[in-house]
Design a protein around this ligand. Structure first.
Ligand code: ADP
Ligand code: MG
Length: 380
């Protein structure tokens, strides 16, 4: 895979020298490959926008480098304008950007500034409008558009510049849920059609999980993990990623690790659960025997049906149902187990209801263990 952008030890500190300043992005390194769809996720304030504004030279690193096609974008500050054309940033489409008379002129704004011929501009505007299915809107006033139409125009504005990379910073966050889902599909289609690099920033993990080839998970200006959606889900590197990826989120319980012979077990408030031998054979857990760890288990790996209970006979827990929510295709059970909260996603045929004392089982193959201090993963 060909690398298109490389982030090297990037640190950005706003208002350096002022008291209490913390770097918005800290010593971050990342390779981005040509043609990929890269998701960047993290809570608000985790440094996502700061990171991507470096990728097209809108912000200058406090330290570290951004390489575009192997070249440091700040090696010649006079060339930074070119970088901004090669790496197109699509923001949310806010009111203040709606300054042109017509959608056509709005989309043509970038290429006009690039000094392209009228014919070439016209060709590009129509090509973009056709792909985005907004040709019929070109004569309209931007202010008269709906949210979804505006978002397409915002994409069109970037497309006509033929950027090598698209940066999309939370482009759908001000749209309603239904429109967001359909625009999401549109953006994936657009990526397929254009076959260029897309970098998509969102605080919504579902959005990133369904769109990205790879995902960067950020927290407090630091990359936690970069991987495919499936690997982030199955093999999170720490408790933050484990809890952030997946909805409803992973359960975390306190459990004491024990070992007898070559069999490790976790003691969950009095219930002893054996861990699969093939996953623990490397002996890496030995240093933790006798310690209380964080035990992670996803809601879909806890069930209450007969078949599951029989199959997972070594991991039964007696729990009480606090709330049972019918979600259509499944039921969410909010349980308490020895004073700890536990959520299970069970079959819609489940008879468990509020107030019931029930037995659930965990799929021990799906148990994760975390170091309670460093929060790093010990077992996936
Ligand atoms: P995100 O996009 O993930 O929400 P940002 O990159 O916008 O995060 O912000 C990261 C941190 O930097 C936050 O603490 C934010 O308050 C701070 N920050 C962002 N922009 C500025 C700015 N222009 N001046 C000072 N601090 C800023
Ligand atoms: Mg942001």
């Amino acid at each position: 895979m060909e690398e298109i952008i490389r982030v090297e030890n990037l640190t950005h500190t706003y208002g350096e020298g002022t008291p209490f300043c913390r770097s918005a992005v800290q010593d971050m390194s990342l390779a981005i490959y040509r043609g990929e769809f890269l998701g960047i996720i993290g809570h608000t304030g985790s440094g996502k926008s700061t990171l991507i504004q470096h990728l097209n030279g809108l912000l200058k690193p406090t330290s570290g480098r951004i390489l575009l096609g192997g070249e440091d974008i700040w090696s010649d500050p006079k060339k930074i304008r070119n970088v901004r054309f090669r790496v197109g940033l699509v923001f949310q489409y806010p009111e203040y950007q709606l300054f042109e008379e017509t959608v056509y002129r709005d989309i043509a704004f970038g290429p006009t500034n690039m000094g392209l011929s009228k014919d070439e501009i016209d060709r590009r505007v129509h090509e973009a409008a056709k792909i985005l299915e907004i040709e019929h809107l070109l004569d309209r006033k931007p202010k008269a558009l709906s949210g979804g139409q505006r978002q397409r125009v915002a994409l069109g504005r970037a497309m006509v510049r033929n950027p090598a990379v698209f940066l999309l910073d939370e482009p759908l966050s001000n749209l309603d849920a239904k429109l967001r889902t359909s625009m999401r599909t549109e953006i994936i289609k657009l990526h397929k059609k254009l076959a260029t690099t897309f970098i998509y920033v969102t605080h919504d993990q579902t959005e990133a999980m369904t769109m990205g080839d790879r995902i960067v998970v950020m927290k407090d200006g630091v990359i936690q993990q970069v991987d495919t959606p499936q690997n982030l889900y199955d093999m999170p590197c720490n408790m933050f990623v484990a809890g952030f990826i997946g909805s409803p989120q992973m359960n975390f319980l306190d459990g004491t690790l024990q070992k007898s012979g070559d069999q490790y077990t976790v003691d969950l408030a009095g219930t002893t659960i054996p861990l699969p031998k093939e996953k623990t054979a490397d002996g890496k857990l030995d240093a933790y025997v006798g310690k209380t760890l964080k035990v992670g288990i996803r809601p879909e790996d806890i069930k209450d049906d007969e078949e599951f209970l029989e199959k997972h006979s070594t991991s039964h827990l007696n729990a009480e149902v606090e709330v049972s929510e019918l979600m259509g295709a499944e039921i969410y059970l909010y349980l308490t187990y020895q004073g700890q909260n536990l959520m299970a996603r069970v079959a819609p045929t489940s008879k468990s209801r509020r107030g019931d004392k029930i037995v659930v089982a965990m799929d021990t193959n799906k148990i994760h263990l975390f170091d309670p201090e460093s929060e790093k993963t010990l077992l996936n």
